[in-house]
Each structure stands twice: as C-alpha cells, then as structure tokens.
Design a protein around this ligand. Structure first.
Ligand code: GLA
Length: 380
C-alpha cells in the first residue's frame, strides 16, 4: 500500500477544501513468467506487489474532473468529463482522464481526485495500470456504477490504448484488479479465464525486484513494433494468433524472415514455460522455477530482443552469486529484473549485482523484495 493514508487525506482537504469520500488503491505487479504473450492470446502469470497507487476521491455532480497528484504537484488538471477525447489531456493525467472518458458510457461523471504512488515509474512494474485501476474503482464506486472486475480491466486497457496510444495487452490491468495475496494469477488472455496459483515467497525463497534504473517507456515505438511482427508472423502462418501454433518446427521452417522466426520461437516457448511454471508451483516445487525464469530471460534477450544491457548484467551477476534464476520483466528496453534466490543468499546477490554495475560505471540499482499482495480495493 502506498504509505499511511493520513497524509493523503490531509493533502486532499488542503487541495480541495473538503474531505474525500474514500481512498482506493491498486497495486503494481511483477510478472513471474509469460512475457509478450498477452497480446498473442497466450498465458501470463503475474502477481500484485504491496506497492501501488492510492487515490483519494470525492464525487462532483457538475461533470467536472479535477486531477492532482502528489508526484506532479505543479501539474494538476481540471476538465469537463463530456469533453474528454483522445489527445485532450496529455502526460500522466491522460491515464485517469482516459478512464473517466471510457467509464462515462457506463454512467460515471465528475470527481475530485488526488493521487499518490509509491511505485517507481518506468521500472516496468505497471504503474500506469495501477493508476488506471485505482481511478476506475474510485469513479465507479462514487457514482454507484457496478462493473465486474474482468470487464473493468478491459475498460482500463481500452482507456490506455485510446488515450495514450500504447497498444498494451490485458495483463497489467488484470493483475491490478484480479490478484489475491499469496498467489500469482494464471490468466488465459484468449478466454479471459483466470485462476489463483499459490506463490509462497518469503519463506525459504525470496524474489528480489531489481530496478535497473534504465527507465522504459512503453509509448515508444518498440513495443508496437514487436506486436506488429507477431501479427505478421501469425498471418503468414495462417493462424489467428501465435497462440495457435501447434507445430513449432513446421512454423519456423515456413516463415521467410529470420526476425519473424525468432519472435515466433519466443512466444510459443514462453506459453509452454508458463504452463510448466504453474505445474511446478502447484506441485510445491518453487525452487525449480528458477531455471524457467532464466530460460525466459534468454529467450527475451535472444529471440524477442527486448532485453537491455543492465538487465543482462543483473541476471548474469545474480546467477554467478548463486541465485536460482532471474529474468527481465514487463515490456522491456528498460525497467526491472526479478531474481529468485534462497532468502539467505539475497545479500550476496545484491552485492554481486552492485559490483557488476560499479565495474561498468553504472549507478547502483534499487531493490525491493516482492511480496505477493492483494489486488485493487477500497482502503477507506
Ligand atoms: C507491458 C504491457 C503488457 C504486456 C507486457 C509484456 O507491460 O502493458 O500488456 O504486453 O508489456 O509482457
């Protein structure tokens, strides 16, 4: 949760001259495994972090939306909900404004919002989705609108696509809204069906999140380019999506361009790695997951080509220091790495990564220990 709520309540009163009617929270996420599979109709296995975005909010009945953030104090916005169109609001405020615009069709109106976050931005931990989902819950509850959570995730995804131009998949919003404490969420992005998989971290084994401090921005063109390559490969193979490839060897033999073969190889094998990971977790064999994480990283580095030098260096150093496995998370080109290690090896792992960064003249990364936490909820 993003810190104690009292300072947020006080800041809301100071900003708007009245107390908020409630405070809502949505978490960031770590994707355990299943990267760049969501928009290929595939499988993902994220879990929610304890860190996230909180929104103090009060309803307005004059159709005005006031947006303020403790992280962007000088950059508040006041807009009319009925005038919200893609492009009307830019920067951080495009995310909550997009959500309000999409929910307008469901009966949501104006509100005063004050946002606070303890998620590092650009760290690949889905801070945008946390913001969208916390705002979506707040607006729905303030206006008495009931929308089932899986549907709310789709609406938040639509808001991001239409109002920020990022063609993101459904994973991050689903993780924010559907995860439960102590579990990862197995989500089939084709059927929309999900189930909870026990994830007993923090006992013998811990998962360290390493923010490599090479910020990523999904709105850059690389993410969209990967997505387009996957769609092109699927269309050349005559299937609806890469999820439908059953005969990998046959598919690779028939694709004309090496780059499309690499993308296909990653997506098809990554879906199998998710299934294997779920099997191991259900069997209580968490330690064995390490090899799958590292295999996923190598595939993202060599086949999907979305890794970045600081991620590769962190994974290599962690493995040399005795970690069970590790990989980059999120869209790539910057952000975070996760490392699975015995709890009593964490200090060695951090030391090894710090040393590898110092050797190359890079600033030390930031660390947080991941605790599988609850999904979005009302705090007050
Ligand atoms: C970003 C997107 C997700 C997903 C991942 C890659 O986080 O928002 O939808 O595509 O990248 O797995």
């Amino acid at each position: 949760m993003s810190g104690p709520v009292d300072p947020l309540l006080a800041a809301f009163e100071e900003a708007y001259g009245r107390p908020p009617q409630g405070v809502w929270h949505a978490p960031g996420r770590v994707n355990l495994i299943g990267e760049h599979t969501d928009y290929n109709d595939g499988l993902v296995l994220p879990f929610a972090l304890a860190q996230g975005v909180s929104v103090a909010a009060a309803r307005r009945d004059d159709g005005v939306l006031e947006l303020r953030s403790l992280q962007a104090a000088a950059d508040g916005r006041t807009v009319r909900v009925e005038e919200l169109t893609p492009g009307a609001v830019d920067g951080w405020a495009a995310y909550p404004a997009g959500v309000a615009a999409v929910l307008r069709e469901h009966g949501v109106g104006g509100a005063s919002l004050l946002i606070d976050s303890d998620l590092p931005q650009g760290a690949g931990l889905a801070s945008s989705a946390a913001l969208e989902c916390a705002v979506a819950l707040a607006l729905c509850q303030l206006h008495g609108v009931e929308i089932e959570r899986a549907e709310l995730a789709r609406l938040a995804q639509r808001a991001e696509r239409e109002f920020t131009g990022t063609p993101c998949g459904i994973m991050d919003q689903s993780a924010a809204l559907l995860c439960t404490a102590g579990h990862a969420l197995l989500l089939d992005c084709r059927s929309g069906l999900s189930s909870q998989v026990p994830l007993p971290l923090g006992e013998a084994l811990s998962l360290l999140v390493v923010d490599t401090r090479a910020p990523h921005a999904l709105a850059d063109g690389d993410y969209a380019a990967r997505r387009a390559e996957c769609e092109r490969a699927a269309s050349l193979l005559g299937v609806g999506s890469l999820r439908d490839v059953k005969d990998l060897a046959g598919a690779l033999a028939s694709l004309p361009e090496p780059v499309l073969r690499r993308r296909t190889q990653h997506v098809v094998t990554e879906n199998h790695r998710v299934e294997a990971a779920v099997g191991l977790l259900r069997a209580g064999a968490l330690a064995e997951l390490g090899a799958l994480l590292t295999a996923s990283h190598l595939s993202l580095r060599d086949q999907f080509e979305v890794s970045w030098p600081r991620a590769d260096a962190a994974v290599e150093a962690a493995l040399r220091a005795g970690a069970r496995g590790g990989r980059m998370v999120g869209g790539g080109f910057g952000g975070s790495v996760i490392v699975l290690a015995a709890a009593d090896r964490l200090a060695d792992v951090r030391e090894a990564i710090d040393a590898a960064y110092a050797e190359r003249g890079w600033p030390a990364p930031a660390y947080l220990e991941a605790v599988p936490s609850a999904g979005a909820r009302r705090l007050l």
